[in-house]
Design a protein around this ligand. Sequence first.
Ligand code: PHE
Length: 330
Amino acid sequence: MKAWYDKIDAVERVSDLEAIRIAVFGKKGVLAAEFAKMKDAPNEDKAAIAKELNIHKGRLTALLTQKKEMLQLHELEAAMKAEAIDVTLYSAPSQSGSLHPVMETMDRIVEYFSSMNFAVYTGPMIEDDFHNFEALNLPKYHPARDMQDTFYFKDEMLLRTHTSPVQIRTMLQSQPPIRMIAPGAVFRRDYDLTHTPMFHQVEGLLVDEAGSVSFANLKFILEDFLHYMFGDVAVRFRPSFFPFTEPSAEVDISCIFCEGEGCRVCSKTGWLEVLGCGIVDSNVFQAVNYNNVSGYAFGLGVERFAMLIHRIGDLRSLFEGDVRLLEQFR
Ligand code: PHE
């Protein structure tokens, strides 16, 4: 029997243990054979032989189990080592992208107005004359159409020159009260340091019962918004004109470059114009069949905000796709 202990000791693979188990414990195995021999042994020795065989049986069983567990553990460890990923291996550097500064700025603007319960609406970039002009109190041949140099298609369609047509679409679709913003791309025939033919606006519109919306409401939220975007700046409202609002205003912040001293960016005025706004003109409500309502609207250029926040001198550089510029905004 002694030889079997050594054999078990010497085994190196779990699969080889099974053969030994069968050779020892199987029906035709050594133990069975040893027990069979007992019938030829003298009667007085039988008890001692049986006792010894049973001791071997117990010890060999324990040894086999122990050996099996040990070998399984080793094999598992070997497998884990073989399959491990070497994280110290060299790999070619990869480049991660980032949000374009214009989109990041737009997200911040949307975030502010969402937090004030304004819903986000979008509209088509290819618009018709009615939504882009007519319903916004800009009848054909109105001189104010020249304020916005328009890209026209052959069939009376055009690229929207502002996000204001989304006001019209939203009012035609739903009933007051309305509290919406409309972020999106707009198009004008313009190209210089501060103008590109495509840029982005965020429009805002609030409509409620007649007499319930005042210029003071508009002033309050825009001041709060501009402080959210630019921090501790002075804000001023200047009377202005838009066909779709009356009264209208343009809103300036104190120049963030010279803090109001007067510099090249603010043309020595100490102020930077950042948005247009006003009380919705009654002709606009008439065009969408709204009665007994009052409201305010505002519109702003996202690129202008991004340029001021990131101190970018030339608007065109935002659209050249130069990775060196974009990498600065990671
Ligand atoms: N639509 C105007 C523009 O593009 C901005 C604006 C929107 C002004 C809403 C007043 C109210 O210049």
